[in-house]
Design a protein around this ligand. Structure first.
Ligand SMILES: *Cc1c(COP(=O)(O)O)cnc(C)c1O
Length: 230
């Protein structure tokens, strides 16, 4: 059996089993293939076995792949840190941006997204476990940011994204609680349906806590070589 097919099937099985353990419908958990550092040929193979959503972290690398894979109907997710001066390309080339953590970033994406395109899907990144080094807004800021971002045109605010420290599975439950709090708000965003959390090492725990989108790299594509920094 082809390697891409095999590894994708094994991740899908893992998702299904994690769902069964907590009585969730596997259709409520989407698999985002995190392809940073892997060549576009690897993405093409993963596409050929059925994968449609791909997540990239580094803008320059992503733009090259988007260009090389234009002939495919890929849904592109940007999951890296969003720099203020790079929003134009994100607004232009991506379907989703997960790492929004300030109003100014959302405002720029909103004004740079063309009216001709479908609205850009956003997740608000939250620094759920108070890591010093991490991007993301503070949990206390979520309610107000959601309020303000949901009023911007050309965007669809879909939910929250978190990257807790390894092994900190309690943080997934906190993210879920925050996600539900927004849902219960008096004026809730229209399309609030996404909780982006869980990676290769912790997707079971994330699914048990309520993740609707797991971002999986290593388990699909194998180990990455050195980490690149943009
Ligand atoms: C790299 C990355 C992933 C995938 O991590 P794996 O451990 O390889 O599955 C998921 N989310 C983000 C934000 C990443 O940067």
């Amino acid at each position: 059996m082809n390697q891409s097919l095999q590894s994708r099937q094994s991740v899908l099985n893992q998702i299904e089993q994690a769902c069964q353990r907590v009585q969730r419908d596997p259709a409520t958990v989407q698999l985002l293939a995190v392809s940073k550092t892997h060549p576009s040929t690897s993405l093409r193979e993963m596409y050929a076995v059925g994968q449609r959503c791909f997540g990239e972290n580094y803008l320059q690398e992503a733009l090259e792949k988007i260009e090389e894979l234009q002939d495919l109907e890929i849904e592109w997710h940007f999951i890296g840190h969003v720099q203020r001066n790079k929003t134009k390309h994100l607004a232009d080339k991506f379907d989703w941006v997960h790492g929004v953590d300030r109003l100014i970033i959302a405002e720029r994406l909103s004004s740079q997204r063309s009216d001709q395109q479908k609205p850009l899907n956003l997740c608000l990144q939250v620094n759920i476990d108070g890591q010093d080094s991490k991007d993301g807004c503070q949990p206390e800021e979520v309610a107000e940011l959601v309020q303000r971002i949901s009023q911007l045109p050309n965007l669809r605010l879909r939910g929250l994204m978190v990257i807790p420290a390894p092994e900190n599975h309690a943080a997934f439950a906190e993210a879920k609680a925050l996600f539900e709090q927004v849902k219960a708000q008096h004026v809730q965003p229209q399309d609030w349906d996404t909780l982006s959390m869980g990676m290769s090492a912790d997707l079971d725990a994330a699914i048990a806590a309520g993740s609707t989108m797991v971002r999986v790299g290593t388990a699909l594509f194998g180990a990455r070589e050195v980490l690149k920094k943009e």
